[in-house]
Unconditional design. Structure first.
Lengths: 353, 189, 655
């Protein structure tokens, strides 16, 4: 596939640097080519579209114009940036009069048609679960996680590339390919509070708390996100949630690309786990140790089963041989009524046998 | 006592149809939007009440409500509406109209947005530390998130000295032109 | 050629826009028109009398009436001219109401001009008209009822009591339909099976009714009065002439299968009888779950059957029967909410079930013996929440319509919950509106609220999720203006009604119309709710639209009445507006046979050995498709000949 234009966005530069770094490393490891959008500026995020529609579309269109210098496909890991860019790209494409209105505000016009993708879409289409699976080196089978999509990676469907806006699946697919134990849950797309957390803390505390609670209810030990604001609300503000509700959550929050990167053999340092407020390293270490034990147990059970099967086979062969000897070889070829079920069949036969 | 103003209602319906491409008259007040809204417990008017008020043309009270300011645009209402109405789109439009008319609105959301956009117009990319400082000052919540400040610096999550990105000039120009246009539109209509 | 033209005022319907008098005066100038007048109400007694008088006194040989749509009164006027001694097919109707006055109310001059043009064209056409004569066909008096639910049973009993022979074809192994699955019925809280099973037995024992259960319609050919139907008797793998319904095979069968009758709440065996009061009470083997058919092992049922009825070699059998009329009563299915509402758990949360599943749970002969309990831990629930409008009134899942019965069955289930689980059980119903339109229905809902303390909450439910062993119901109380959350033990979806599975393809084989939801289309939504636009095919029950039992039964009896009207005569007159083939020009390409929806053209061998197309007069419905299709234009439609149509067009364009 062709080179992608990469729009990091303001958060990924500093407050969510681990998302940027892990994304770059994973894409490079998967041989997905990308180039940063030259001279990109802030897309406006929530404040722009809540202030003025034309402002928001123009700020986004500027970046589309810049992106077109390197590629006609743009992706933005931050779902808010993605939504702003995609929204603008579609409206400008479908309404030439509106494009003209937007171009009046730009220094130079945006005249192309750039398509905009989410990070999960890029990982799914430009790489794919098979490629990830092939490169797995660390065994994450004992890392129990739930994928948290937040508001903007599930809906609206026309933007997110998901078939189902209540139960999106791309992150699930990618995490499963990375080998993690992905738990099903019904809270994938419930809002974390987004940017309202600063002007109105009550909302964010309550909503983020609900998500952490549901994650634990689903049997997970960590939450995987793909949004810097969700990460901030769930990780950085987890202590604030605890303070507000008297809870004692200590739930690590990974970025999707961190989990994939760890599975592919990158170190916690490379994935910048030390930047998190709730340290994921103890959980990760324990999960890796447990995986070793688990696999050993699996192997042991498999070996036992194989041994038992051999014994049964031998017994059956012996019985058949004895029967053949008795009847002088004429027993073979007749349909035998099932009057003596074997040990394996004993489990599922009902009364009447 | 309320007197229904049919003409105001018809005008409002048309303007929302034109700008948001959704028809408020289709709403049958099932309340699913309210039932889905994660922020509703801080609202003064529930989303379905807002839709009802728009149906009868009572737009002024709606524009000054807390609800419109505190909506986080999570889009759940739009996703679940059984009449396929873009409720979040309506709320977004109301925010922009309240802003363009320079109405006095409650809550700090507008202060937050302004601090953010002013910062972006100044640096081209958000300079988070500056922006949060400015917001705390402007909203008079001086100690907001103060406990997170040092840990964030310690983890290298804050750019203390901001740099202007190339393209800042264009961003500032876009900001000014868009706002002028918005205010002119609301003065005329 | 002596043409009479009559222009109607239709009160002000036409005359308010079209100057009928002026049109009449201009029409008088047309060639061959010897009489032209305007009338206030042509269809009324004085109007018709005027036409008849003109025919007799002036010796009119053709008549044109310019008035409303032929759909309204063409039949009326044909009868009118026939009574005056003129062949009814020497009459033409011009539509100057629906096609003119009703749509051009803004410009009287132009509307009047257009009306005159329309009249001129009608005169041109009627000049070419020839007298046509109907044929009579024998009518078969047997009736086919497709579907053995309460509507089908009702129609069958009414017709059988009237002396007609009825065959009920039911695709399940027993009749009874959805009503057999219900526990109690609203508003009387009658036991559903108790009121239905006597009817089922009546149908089974009636000397005029033949029940073909476990059968489906394979093919329908023919036309009203003479349908030839191929019925597929599906292979039950059990000889029903020997099976005595003792259920021993069911007890001993080792294989499990999903239990459709219990709506998936339980499992049944691969060989099964759906419920103890089944009519006919005969066993069927579901081969997909049977060990013998899947793995070549077992055959226990054969060994234990005291009547020796098991027959693994059975094959489907097609039988052909002739009928005069067909009644479609195929009923309904339940909306599969699990596939459309992931916000309600999408079927993954065990304590969230559909209305029909709850009905089976409430039923004393159901899988739980009538005990209401949670599916997750088998404990009795302390809080039960009902959610209305699941799959109804919801465009986001493609179901904008109201399913009509859910408000009432939810109220019923809420009341029954209180009586099964105790009055201190908390029962909530989340609703948007309460539709309680039938007799005693509103009073019933009031009982639910007051006598039984069911809590009605006005607002939809946006989400269900599990927390600490409960199912949290997040909804809204719009009247209070608050989001609400109720921690429930059991949640019941008032799932809506959809058409029965396979309804559209059955409609295709019967040549009847259906809407975008698969409900069959009635002939007129107000005035002809039980007939279809295909002569001889009638509708009864929920297959036409969602409805409750009293309405289904009432409609079913109405359907029976319509069938009796049709079959009261021994002969039927067919319309003479049919296609004819000019065999001297037919090139035997058989395209007409390919395109005819009624199988009217046939290959006919002529005496010189050539094979040409011939349209069977009594089958042809006059749709004109073959006329348009024929590549050599050798097929003509009587009453709409190509020449007459060309004359009309020329009149419009060239004069």
């Amino acid at each position: 596939m062709s080179t992608l234009a990469y729009y990091p966005g303001c958060s990924l530069r500093h407050s969510a640097a681990e998302f940027d770094v892990s994304t770059r490393l994973v894409l490079e490891a998967l041989s997905v080519e990308y180039a940063e959008v030259p001279d990109w500026t802030c897309c406006g995020s929530s404040p722009a579209h809540m202030t003025d529609h034309l402002l928001a579309q123009a700020l986004a269109a500027r970046n589309l114009r810049q992106a077109a210098l390197v590629s006609d496909r743009l992706f933005a890991p931050c779902p808010s940036c993605h939504q702003r860019e995609k929204n603008a790209a579609l409206e400008v494409r479908d309404d030439p009069a509106f494009r003209a209105e937007v171009n009046e505000l730009l220094d130079t016009p945006y005249d192309s048609d750039v398509s905009v993708l989410t990070l999960p879409e890029v990982l799914l289409q430009d790489s794919g679960p098979e490629k990830i699976r092939e490169r797995v080196q660390a065994d994450l089978c004992q890392l129990r996680v739930v994928p948290y999509y937040g508001c903007l990676l599930g809906r609206p469907k026309v933007f997110s590339g998901e078939a189902n806006d209540e139960q999106p699946v791309i992150m699930d697919i990618l995490l499963e390919a990375a080998g993690a134990d992905v738990r099903p849950w019904n809270y994938k797309t419930e809002c974390c509070g987004a940017s309202i957390g600063i002007p109105k803390a009550d909302i964010q505390r309550r909503l983020s708390r609900k998500i952490l609670k549901q994650a634990l209810e689903a049997g997970a030990e960590a939450v995987v996100v793909c949004c810097p604001l969700c990460h901030q609300n769930l990780d950085m503000r987890q202590r604030q949630v605890n303070a507000a509700f008297g809870t004692e959550y200590a739930v690590p929050v990974f970025y999707l690309t961190q989990v994939i990167g760890l599975a592919m053999g990158f170190t916690p340092q490379q994935m910048m786990l030390h930047k998190h407020f709730v340290d994921p390293q103890p959980l990760l270490a324990r999960a890796l140790e447990d995986a070793v034990v688990f696999r050993a147990e699996e192997a042991r059970i498999a070996a036992e089963k194989e041994a038992r099967r051999k014994v049964v086979e031998a017994a059956r062969a012996e019985k058949a041989a004895r029967r053949a000897a008795k009847k002088g070889g004429s027993a073979k070829g007749q349909v035998q009524p099932q009057d003596e079920p074997g040990p394996d069949e004993q489990e599922d036969s009902e009364a009447g046998e | 006592m309320i007197r229904y103003d049919a003409e105001a209602a018809a005008q409002l319906r048309d303007s929302i149809l034109q700008r948001v491409k959704t028809d408020v008259t289709a709403c049958y007040q099932c309340g699913n939007c309210t039932a889905s809204c994660p922020a509703v417990f801080t609202f003064d008017l529930t989303p379905n009440q807002v839709m009802r008020m728009l149906q009868v043309g009572l737009v002024d009270e709606v524009l000054r409500s807390k609800s419109v300011q505190l909506c986080v645009q999570c889009m759940t209402c739009t996703a679940r509406c059984p009449r396929e109405i873009d409720v979040a789109g309506v709320f977004e439009d109301l925010k922009t109209v309240a802003f363009a008319r320079r109405l006095d609105v409650p809550e700090d959301a507008r202060v937050f947005n302004k601090a953010f956009l002013d910062n972006v117009a100044r640096f081209g990319r958000l300079s988070e530390a500056f922006f949060l400082l400015r917001y705390n000052l402007a909203s008079r919540h001086l100690l907001n998130d103060v406990e997170l400040g040092l840990p964030m610096v310690g983890k290298g999550k804050v750019q203390v000295i901001p740099k202007k990105a190339a393209g800042t000039g264009e961003v500032a120009r876009i900001y000014r032109k868009a706002l002028d246009k918005a205010r002119a539109r609301e003065r005329v209509s | 050629m002596r043409i009479g033209v009559f222009i109607c005022h239709c009160g002000t319907n036409i005359a308010g826009t079209v100057d009928s008098r002026a049109v009449a005066e201009r029409a008088a100038e047309l060639k061959d028109v010897v009489h032209s007048e305007d009338l206030i109400y042509t269809c009324a007694e004085p109007g018709q009398a005027a036409i008849q008088r003109a025919i007799k006194e002036l010796g009119l040989t053709r008549v044109v009436v310019a008035a409303c749509s032929p759909h309204m009164h063409e039949v009326t006027f044909r009868r009118c001219v026939e009574d005056a001694g003129l062949n009814p097919w020497l009459f033409e109707m011009a539509n100057i109401r629906e096609h003119c006055s009703w749509i051009h109310a803004d410009d009287m001059q132009k509307a009047t001009d257009k009306a005159y043009e329309i009249v001129k064209m009608a005169v041109a056409k009627v000049r070419m008209a020839e007298p046509l004569f109907s044929e009579e066909v024998d009518v078969n008096k047997d009736v086919l009822v497709i579907g053995g639910g309460v509507a089908g049973i009702q129609t069958a009993l009414d017709l059988a009591d009237a002396g007609l022979r009825v065959t009920i074809v039911e695709r399940q192994s027993t009749i009874g339909g959805i009503m057999a699955q219900l526990d109690k019925t609203f508003p009387t809280i009658d036991c559903s099976a108790c009121i239905l099973t006597p009817r089922m037995v009546d149908a089974a024992h009636h000397e005029n009714i033949t029940i073909m259960a476990y059968s489906e319609i394979d093919r329908v050919a023919g036309y009203v009065g003479n349908f030839k139907v191929d019925i597929r008797r599906k292979a039950a793998m059990v000889d029903w002439t020997k099976c005595i319904g003792c259920e021993l095979c069911m007890q001993r069968c080792p294989s499990r299968a999903p239990d459709v009758f219990n709506s998936g709440l339980a499992e049944t065996k691969a060989i099964y009888i759906p419920f103890p009061q089944a009519v006919p009470k005969r066993a069927v083997i579901q081969t997909d779950y049977c060990r013998w058919f899947q793995q070549g092992k077992c055959r226990v049922c054969e060994r234990v059957c005291p009547a020796g009825a098991i027959d693994y070699e059975q094959k489907d059998e097609i039988v052909q029967r002739d009928f005069g009329a067909v009644v479609v009563a195929t009923g309904l299915d339940v909306f599969p909410w699990e596939d459309h509402y992931p916000q309600y758990g999408g079927g993954e949360i065990p304590d969230v079930i559909s209305g029909l599943q709850y009905e089976r749970m409430l039923n004393a002969s159901g899988p739980t013996g009538g005990h209401v309990h949670r599916l997750s831990n088998h404990e009795e629930p302390k809080t039960v929440v009902f959610i209305q409008c699941v799959g109804s009134r919801d465009e986001s899942v493609g179901r904008p319509y109201c399913s009509s019965v859910c408000c009432m069955y939810t109220a019923k289930q809420a009341i029954l919950t209180k009586s099964h689980c105790g009055m201190d059980t908390e029962v909530y119903v989340f609703y948007i509106d309460i539709r309680a339109t039938g007799k005693g229905y509103e009073e019933f809902v009031k009982r639910a609220q007051t006598e039984f303390g069911v809590k009605y909450v006005r607002g939809r439910v946006s989400k269900l999720y599990e927390e600490e062993g409960k199912v949290i119901v997040r909804g809204v109380d719009t009247l209070l203006g608050n989001q609400v959350e109720v921690p429930a033990d059991l949640v019941v979806m008032a799932s809506g009604i959809v058409c029965a599975e396979g309804a559209p393809s059955l409609a295709q084989s019967l040549n009847i119309s259906y809407d975008e939801f698969g409900f069959f289309k009635e002939s007129h939504p107000k005035l002809r709710p039980v007939e279809t636009n295909t002569a001889g095919v009638f509708l009864a029950g929920a297959c036409q639209s969602p409805k409750d039992i009293p309405t289904s039964v009432a409609q079913a009896s109405g359907t029976a009445a319509k069938v009796l009207v049709l079959l009261a005569k021994d002969k039927l007159k067919t319309s003479p507006q049919i296609a004819t083939v000019d065999q001297s020009r037919c090139v035997s390409c058989w395209k007409c046979i390919d395109v005819c929806p009624f199988s009217a053209p046939e290959k006919q061998e002529l005496r010189d050995g050539s094979v040409k197309s011939h349209v069977i007069e009594t089958v042809c419905q006059g749709c004109g498709i073959c006329v348009a299709t024929c590549p050599v234009n050798c097929i003509s439609l009587k009453g709409f000949t190509t020449d007459s149509l060309i004359d009309q067009i020329e009149e419009a364009l060239l004069t």
